[in-house]
Design a protein. Structure first.
Length: 77
């Protein structure tokens, strides 16, 4: 909450579906207390896959590049 108030922006990154996940809970709290632009980094509506951790982060667009892009997007709002 302090960070959202200070920056006026939030990026939620999670190794989970963006639908009904941590980001949804964060957005719900922010909507009630401090409406703030939010971007979500997480799995979209797709099936899981087996592999090495770092490879899977890139495959599902959960790595650092995706987080940086989400930050750029939310900062432009």
């Amino acid at each position: 909450m302090a960070s959202a108030a200070k920056t006026g922006r939030v990026v939620v990154a999670e190794e989970h579906s963006v639908y009904g996940g941590l980001g949804s809970a964060v957005a719900e709290v922010l909507a009630r207390t401090n409406p703030t632009p939010v971007e979500f980094v997480g799995m979209r509506d797709q099936f899981g896959k087996s592999g090495e951790f770092e490879e899977l982060l890139d495959y599902f667009n959960l790595g650092s590049r995706a987080i940086v892009e989400a930050v750029k997007k939310v900062m432009a709002r």
